[in-house]
Design a protein around this ligand. Structure first.
Ligand SMILES: [Zn+2]
Length: 420
């Protein structure tokens, strides 16, 4: 017997409404909707029975959920511990550096849990979090995030990236701590060459760790508006040398937005050659950049659509929630995608459909997840208050319900007007 039916759902690439039946945590069937419920024994007057076995999507769009490819759960929700005066990267790193010395395991677990619950209720089903692993935090943040990963595994898959935020060649203890984290369950390793005294050596050391543990790598890269001195050539050189094509991703890369089209094209050609994915972090990029200007302020956000057209796997992510890097946030990827599309001056349906992929399919690829809604696939599904992916992005649609491996993980009530 079927465990659950999500009826009257609208899917991408399928005309009309469908009923999705779920059994043993997988999709058992997708059939044309049978909205005539009179012969269906489960749709009786018992509301509880009805709700437990049938979810009526009421013609709304059902997708396979959102994937957050770049977030920092460990330093989220610390705005009240930071002094923000300049609003630039230097201040954000310094203020967060001070705050993180005081982080305890309980504190990190509580804040991470808060953000994870926000994300789950916005339809996110998978996420990659960076965790700062250095002399200031030791393994406290890492241990807390591991606990959070376990607690919320029923609703969201979490990848942990052990991360050297404050440099590596200048922070002798960090390498040892990254090794410990990787030995104790971190999924990949992350670096930040622009915060190191020797960016090229930093890149090499991160790759050394990745090879030692056979894990993927993710770099914060080229985070300023100087079109020169990009770390991309060095990164590509190391990726090829170590046969790491398809296993490297980078975030920010705001230098690309400062380059002219020809220079940018050359850099993107290199990224494509090494099969490196790129994550745009709109909320942080537009908040921290351009602080030296008092008119026509540059925002520094890369146009991910342009790069996608050139063959790069691109994603959009939240990065930070309520801290000195990004003093806003609700962990909503649909809001992030909507904001990105607006800043990138997109209008066509095809462009907006690509943006939807950047917070779903493309980001899932980084976490080695599939997002196809097909018979036999895991029943991980999210109902959005929209008719399709494009209108969901345009209207920043609310997520109404989510199911992970066949089990409901959240529900939101659609707002309604109270007519007199
Ligand atoms: Zn980041």
């Amino acid at each position: 017997m079927t465990d659950l039916i999500i009826k009257n759902a609208r899917l991408t690439n399928r005309a009309g409404l469908v009923d999705i039946s779920i059994k043993d945590s997988h999709i058992e069937g997708i059939d044309a909707a049978n909205s005539d419920t009179t012969n269906n024994p489960v749709t009786n007057s018992d509301d509880r029975l009805y709700e437990n076995t049938v979810y009526d999507a009421k013609g709304n769009f059902v997708c396979a959920g959102f994937y957050e490819s770049h977030i920092h759960l460990d330093k989220a929700c610390i705005l009240d511990r930071c002094t923000v005066e300049e609003g630039n990267l230097k201040e954000a790193v310094e203020e967060t550096g001070k705050a993180k010395e005081e982080f305890t395991e309980e504190d990190v677990f509580e804040r991470a849990s808060r953000v994870l619950e926000m994300a789950i209720k916005k339809g996110t089903v998978g996420l990659r979090t960076f965790v700062e692993t250095d002399a200031k935090t030791q393994l406290r943040s890492f241990n807390a995030i591991k606990k959070a990963r376990e607690k919320y595994a029923f609703a969201i898959d979490i990848e942990i990236c052990a991360f050297a935020q404050d440099g590596l060649t200048n922070e002798p203890k960090t390498q040892e701590l990254l090794q410990q984290a990787l030995a104790q369950g971190a999924d990949l390793v992350g670096g930040c060459p622009y915060k190191d005294d020797n960016p090229n050596q930093h890149i090499e050391m991160i790759f050394d760790l990745a090879e030692q543990f056979n894990v993927n790598v993710d770099f914060h890269l080229d985070f300023d508006l100087d079109p020169d001195n990009s770390s991309i050539p060095k990164l590509v050189e190391e990726t090829i040398k170590r046969n790491y094509q398809g296993r490297v991703s980078i975030g920010h890369v705001t230098k690309l937005s400062a380059m002219d089209k020809m220079q940018r094209g050359a850099m993107v050609g290199l990224l494509k050659f090494a099969d490196i994915s790129l994550t745009v972090l709109p909320a942080t990029d537009i908040y921290l950049n351009g602080r030296d200007y008092d008119a026509l302020i540059p925002r520094g956000m890369v146009n991910a659509n342009e790069l996608a057209e050139m063959g790069i796997n691109t994603t959009i992510a939240s990065n930070n929630i309520l801290n000195a890097f990004t003093p806003y946030g609700d962990a909503s990827l649909i809001r992030m995608a909507n904001m990105y599309a607006n800043i990138a001056q997109l209008s066509k349906d095809t462009e907006i459909a690509d943006v939807f992929d950047m917070v779903s399919k493309n980001a899932a690829k980084l976490l080695s997840h599939q997002t196809a809604i097909t018979v036999g696939a895991p029943a991980t599904l999210v109902v959005l208050e929209a008719k399709d992916a494009v209108s969901a992005i345009r209207t920043a649609a609310q997520a109404l319900a989510g199911f992970k491996n066949g089990k409901q993980t959240f529900c939101n009530q659609a707002a309604h007007i109270c007519f007199e």
